[in-house]
Design a binder for this molecule. Structure first.
Ligand code: NCD
Length: 296
């Protein structure tokens, strides 16, 4: 049985096939009933807008039914039920489970007892593999390739799971990550080691202005204050339209959203802003993910 707990659960060929399939879905406006009669359970133990709603939309566009909860306070978790007990029950109600959980490692624990495919919709600060798939899709759609691209990760790179998962994936496709953050928010050593271990050329910087002119993609990560051990002294300066005055014309600005102060609203009017297109790509990419896991 296939699960997607980490982006590393997919080979490069599988990733390329999912992205190709998503491109076809997007181009042809695919809707249908090919997964009719199947049910997706969306179990969200942590807040979400994009992941939950775009999975629900993707499932319904393929004819699936959707069940689940978006607030654990309304589930039996509030009575003290363990995650593994919840999963062992829900797997008999659904053909696939998407789980979001505040604890790193929760998706692996859940998959250990699930008899249906399990998708990690974000677990703690660790991974968010389907976000990565549509991030890759959005970059590939814009540049036609991933290899050799210089991707600057800016903001909270220690607790931001979307940035972690994407760096791991880009390293496998020959892109070159630059981590731009104050020391407290630089990625964890395991992430840096894993990315370098894949042969990626990497760089680090404290300030965006030091490296901005050499980037193809700027990927902004919100300060994940809900996961910070205490208030951190150095917070990244906001990306503004004025700051982008010093950036290449071809730059692609991405952000998994939601944004807070790290990305000024005036950037939205800049043609380099790609984050709303990125969010929209979540639906065709998640449709391709559902097909990958359930069809055939
Ligand atoms: C991200 C997440 O939840 O990790 N959001 C998302 O799924 N698009 C990013 C974030 O919360 O900063």
């Amino acid at each position: 049985m296939k699960n997607i707990l980490s982006i590393d659960d997919l080979t490069n060929d599988e990733i390329s096939a999912v992205l190709d399939n998503a491109a076809r879905i997007k181009r042809e406006g695919v809707r249908g009933t090919e997964l009719a009669g199947r049910i997706a359970a969306l179990l969200f133990f942590e807040p979400s807008t994009r992941t939950r709603l775009s999975f629900a939309s993707a499932a319904q566009r393929l004819g699936m039914g959707v069940i689940g909860f978006d607030d654990p306070a309304t589930s039996s978790a509030a009575k003290g039920e363990s995650l593994t007990d919840t999963i062992q029950v829900v797997q008999s109600y659904a053909d696939l489970i998407v789980l979001r959980h505040p604890r790193a490692g929760a998706a692996h624990e859940a998959a250990g007892v699930a008899a249906v495919p399990l998708v990690n919709g974000g677990d703690g600060g660790r991974e968010h593999p389907t976000q990565t798939l549509y991030d890759l899709f959005t970059v590939r759609e814009r540049f036609g390739r991933l290899d050799g691209l210089r991707v600057g990760f800016y903001g909270d790179l220690r607790f931001g799971r979307a940035a972690n998962s994407l760096a791991l994936a880009l390293a496998r496709f020959g892109a070159e990550p630059t981590w731009i953050a104050p020391a407290d928010l630089q990625p964890a050593e395991e992430v840096v080691a894993a990315v370098r271990g894949r042969g990626a050329v990497t760089a680090t910087a404290e300030r965006l202005t030091e490296v901005l002119s050499g980037l193809d993609v700027l990927y902004i990560s919100r300060p994940q204050r809900e996961r910070w051990p205490a208030a951190l002294a150095a917070e990244p300066a906001p990306v503004t339209r004025e700051l982008l005055g010093r950036a290449p014309e071809q730059l692609l600005v991405l952000h998994p959203l939601p944004r807070t102060d790290e990305l000024a609203v005036d950037v939205d009017a800049d043609p380099r802003a790609g984050y709303f297109r990125q969010a929209a790509n979540g639906v065709p990419v998640r449709m391709a993910v559902l097909r990958h896991l359930l069809a055939g």
